[in-house]
Design a protein around this ligand. Structure first.
Ligand code: C5P
Length: 305
């Protein structure tokens, strides 16, 4: 058995995020459709003889290298639950901006869990891994499952994997240069009196059939009003995206990133230039693709620009 494993930690986009109400435990009841994209971090996980978790971080963004990092906490939880009596060393290469609604930290944690299962405890059922993941955060189960797309319900932790007909489709992802505090955005959420949210089954059918245009038209995020109300610049960026040959735009998670779905890479590339002309270098814009993380070898993967 190999003692080191490298995993891709893909970002996610929420094509649909419905809020069904507030719960007694401080969370919100969700129905969200997520897809994985190839804007990704990588984690290299090794088993070590000396106990404990060691995390080193490199890459484009600074994140904590200790227990404040979900990747660290994922390793610690795995060791405790699996009883594998090993130490863990993690090398994290950070490319997904933190606090951006792209699920970067959650994806790192999911990737660490997947790697440790392979390395140290292959007998742990996939369902147990997803349960442990829910203790780390609402989005972590999606990433622990490692699927291309899923409908996630509850506070986000109940994952039903979906077939994605959009694997390979181009998406432009726009990070505005600042993050959103998830808790604060959820606190600002109010049930919309003006918009009627789409039915999940409609967007799921279009996603499975690969109908990018229908998916684009139906993209919906119940947190959009709260996020745009706090950060009006995001409404301007969204307007600019909408003025390109986009099939549809959306906000991912509780923000701050926006995305646009495109028919082809050329149109997406033109939109990227138009954004650069209007907003300069204050934005980080990534021309990414939807992926099936299970079908990507982390060692051969190249970061999109
Ligand atoms: O689960 P996670 O740690 O990612 O959630 C961060 C915060 O986002 C929670 O403390 C809560 O305030 C908010 N949240 C929520 N409802 C959800 C998911 C997150 O209110 N379904």
């Amino acid at each position: 058995m190999s003692e080191t494993r490298q995993e891709l930690a893909a970002a996610k986009l929420n094509l649909l995020l419905l809020i069904r109400g507030r719960r007694g435990d401080g969370y919100h009841e969700l129905a969200t459709v997520m897809v994985a994209i190839d804007w990704a971090d990588t984690v290299r996980v090794s088993l070590t003889a000396e106990p404990g978790v060691r995390l080193t971080v490199s890459g484009d963004w600074e994140v904590p290298a200790g227990p404040a990092n979900l990747a660290w906490r994922a390793a610690s939880l795995f060791v405790e639950r699996s009883g594998c009596h090993c130490g863990v060393a993690i090398e994290l290469t950070k490319r997904i901006p933190p606090g951006a609604g792209l699920g970067g930290g959650s994806s790192d944690a999911g990737a660490v869990l997947r790697a440790l299962r392979r390395l140290a405890a292959p007998a742990v059922p996939a369902a147990a891994l997803v349960e442990w993941a829910a203790e780390l955060g609402s989005d972590v189960p999606f990433f622990a499952a490692g699927c291309a797309a899923a409908l996630c319900e509850g506070r986000g932790e109940r994952v039903r994997p979906l077939r994605s007909g959009l694997v390979g489709s181009p998406v432009l992802v726009v990070y505005p240069g600042f993050g959103c505090a998830t808790r604060d955005i959820y606190r600002r959420w109010r049930k919309s009196l003006t918009s009627i949210p789409p039915e999940p089954k409609m967007i799921i059918a279009a996603l499975e059939a690969g109908l990018a245009e229908t998916v684009g038209r139906s993209a919906y995020n119940a947190l959009a009003e709260a996020v745009m109300g706090k950060f009006p610049i995001l409404a301007l960026i969204r307007e600019q995206l909408a003025a390109t040959g986009v099939l549809g735009t959306g906000l991912t998670g509780s923000g701050s990133s926006l995305f646009g779905l495109y028919r082809d890479r050329q149109e997406a590339g033109q939109a990227k230039e138009a954004l650069a002309q209007r907003f300069g270098t204050s934005l980080t814009v990534c021309l990414a693709s939807c992926i099936d993380p299970g079908g990507v070898e982390a060692a051969g993967w190249r970061s999109p620009k």
